[in-house]
Design a protein around this ligand. Structure first.
Ligand code: SF4
Length: 441
């Protein structure tokens, strides 16, 4: 982030305290603050690890910050029994006076699913164009067609961006503006060219509003558009553009974008075609806490219906002097609260991502101790968040990213785009890379 929020250090201290080693806490008389411990060794985390997570949760040691708090312990019991946390209860959790307890509960749930593991992948972000027919009020990325900094990559230019790292990355992540002239042919050609040159690379591309725009420009239905793009090589949708799935909020921050119902319909159609997707939430603009909880509840209902969300990616609005001056920015404390509450509420979406391009590495390292289990990827190049003020390094190697996870007290697991191929970074490798980060923020 361009400017770390002022409560950042306090949060870091709290998290260090919550995660301190048991022997140390015994000495100072706070043994039950220790990190939740599983009664059995955790298996490598994959989808099958999710099936018994409530049972594992029931067997975990309960931190004192959770056990001695009536709201949190009641929530824990409810989660173990399979009871859904309502949006109203989500508000209470989000605002709960024990920040440490809220994070400890979310961390318990994360650990019941994945133990110490935190996932990342080797990916490359490419933005095919910054030209956009819309003008969302939070967006620092879009340019008009005739703006001197506008650009639009040809399929050849797009593929040439992959050349230098094509053998090391697993995934291309591509989202961009709504180009007024491009139809489905442009994207299908890009995807086919990537697959012809790098057949093993997974293509995660296009937000719901891009799909809608391409469908309209091409005279196709959403289903036909997604089907044709899948045929051309599209592997999954990244989930961007959900913002807040409350239309009165959307009307204020991104008028003209797809409605909440359309976002859900496009993702549901993708799921029905066997295209997995992520889902996101942009918070800290003009929404109320109740809108955030409505958003989580809405995603949960959609997941019950269509089942294809792999990962939820919450990220805060990064401000500058020009965009959304009335935004009620989220502090670092609030960002971690959102991530923790998401983990507790979203019982049917397996992964919660700490998107380091937006959060920054230091806050991401706290987030993966507060409910998040994924820290995204090596990224390679990123424009959307950096245009908005992010200073997070986008040139991390796999080794540097693993080091970030290890320095957070956790175990890095390299994944593919669908979490179906997983590799724990081994002990030797961990020993070799267990050095402090030169530049942790
Ligand atoms: S957020 Fe996306 S749709 Fe909105 S203006 Fe920016 S590029 Fe265009």
């Amino acid at each position: 982030m361009s400017k770390p929020p002022d409560d950042f250090d306090a949060i870091r201290l709290l998290m260090v305290f919550n995660r301190a080693t048991p022997w140390y806490l015994e000495i100072i008389g706070f043994k039950s603050y220790c990190r939740p411990v599983l009664s059995e060794p955790m298996l490598i985390a994959d989808q099958s690890a999710n099936s018994g997570w409530r049972h594992r949760l029931s067997e975990m040691e309960i931190p004192i910050t959770v056990g001695r708090d009536s709201t949190l312990s009641r929530t824990l019991k409810g989660v173990i029994r399979g009871r859904r946390i309502t949006a109203d209860e989500g508000i209470v959790l989000h605002n709960h006076n024990s920040f440490a307890g809220l994070c400890a509960l979310a961390d318990m749930i994360k650990r019941s699913r994945y133990g110490d593991h935190v996932f990342f992948n080797d990916n490359l972000h490419i933005n095919p164009t910054n030209i956009c027919t819309l003008a969302c009020r939070f967006c620092a990325f879009r340019k008009g067609l005739r703006h001197h900094e506008s650009y639009a990559l040809s399929p050849e230019e797009f593929v040439s961006r992959i050349e230098s790292c094509g053998t090391s990355i697993d995934e291309v992540h591509a989202v961009g503006g709504l180009h007024p002239q491009w139809t489905i042919n442009h994207y299908a050609e890009i995807f086919r060219s990537i697959k012809a040159r790098f057949p093993g690379i997974h293509i995660k591309s296009l937000t719901a509003v891009e799909i809608k725009h391409i469908a309209i420009r091409s005279g196709l239905s959403i289903r036909e558009t997604l089907g044709a793009l899948k045929e051309a090589g599209l592997g999954s949708l990244p989930g961007g553009g959900a913002e807040i799935l409350v239309d009165s909020v959307r009307d204020r921050i991104c008028r003209g974008k797809e409605l909440s119902e359309e976002y859900l319909e496009i993702h549901g159609t993708a799921h029905s075609l066997g295209i997995p997707t992520n889902c996101t939430m942009l918070f800290g603009t003009v929404e109320e806490i109740v809108d955030r909880m409505t958003h989580l509840d809405t995603l949960r209902i959609q997941q019950d219906a269509s089942g294809g969300f792999q990962c939820f990616v919450p990220y805060p609005f990064l401000p500058d002097k020009a965009r959304l001056p009335e935004a009620r920015l989220a502090s670092a404390n609030e960002i971690i609260r959102v991530i923790a509450t998401s983990r507790i509420m979203l019982d049917n979406i397996p992964h919660i991502k700490a998107y380091r391009m937006n959060l920054g590495d230091a806050l991401a390292s706290i987030a993966i101790n507060s409910g998040a289990d994924d820290i995204d990827g090596t990224v390679g190049h990123e424009e959307i968040m950096h245009e908005a003020g992010s200073t997070t390094r986008s040139d991390f190697s796999e080794r540097e990213l693993a080091r970030l996870v290890i320095s957070s007290g956790l175990v890095p697991v390299k994944r593919d785009s669908t979490y179906s191929s997983l590799r724990i970074i081994g002990e030797n490798e961990r020993t070799n890379i267990l050095q402090p980060l030169a530049s942790p923020v």
